[in-house]
Design a protein around this ligand. Structure first.
Ligand code: HEM
Length: 148
């Protein structure tokens, strides 16, 4: 996939591709015990979570602003405050998204862009005080800085 001036939404493949990405994301979260920490924060049935992330990503990627049309401003950080989110939760969320992006076959410039943007939003969602080791902090920073 090369950058042709199209929105990330169009480059990804539009509505169907956003659905596939979200389904793959939640399938990994639901099926792999490695992500139990964040799976347990979610409701027993993930249908509602899938729908909300799909609506949100549609607009966030530059497509139709479906989430805003139905629910108003996302206030994403405020909506995550009821859940305790630290570095481990952030990294599990990003791991599910990395695997979903692999499944959908997102590569090249679009992949680099999305990896970087997801890292920023996920990090912004942290709401728990933590005392990360200097090694853990350095490793996160170097991951972030090698993205855009
Ligand atoms: C950093 C780790 C994250 C954790 C542990 C987490 C966890 C959760 C949980 C437990 C919910 C509630 C699910 C439900 O009501 O069905 C939720 C909702 C949501 N999350 Fe996350 N999330 C994270 C990051 C993100 C990121 C990076 C995004 C966007 C790129 C995002 C987008 C959303 C959206 C759009 C909703 C629905 C909000 C609503 O309308 O209530 N989340 N998240």
């Amino acid at each position: 996939m090369t950058n042709t001036g199209a929105t990330p939404y169009e480059q990804l493949g539009g509505d169907d591709a956003v659905r596939r990405l979200v389904d793959a994301f939640y399938d990994h979260m639901d099926q792999d015990p490695e992500y139990a920490l964040i799976r347990d924060l979610h409701p027993p049935t993930l249908a509602g979570s899938r729908e909300k992330l799909y609506l949100f990503l549609s607009g966030w990627l530059g497509g139709p602003p479906l989430y805003i049309q139905r629910h108003g401003h996302p206030r994403l950080r405020a909506r995550h405050l009821p859940f305790s989110i630290g570095a481990r939760e952030r990294d599990q969320w990003l791991a599910c998204m990395t695997r979903a992006l692999d499944d959908v076959g997102v590569e090249g410039e679009l992949r680099a862009l999305l990896d970087g943007q997801f890292m920023k939003v996920a990090d912004f969602m942290r709401n728990r005080e933590e005392h990360a080791s200097p090694e853990a902090r350095a490793s996160w920073l170097s991951r972030l800085l090698t993205r855009r």
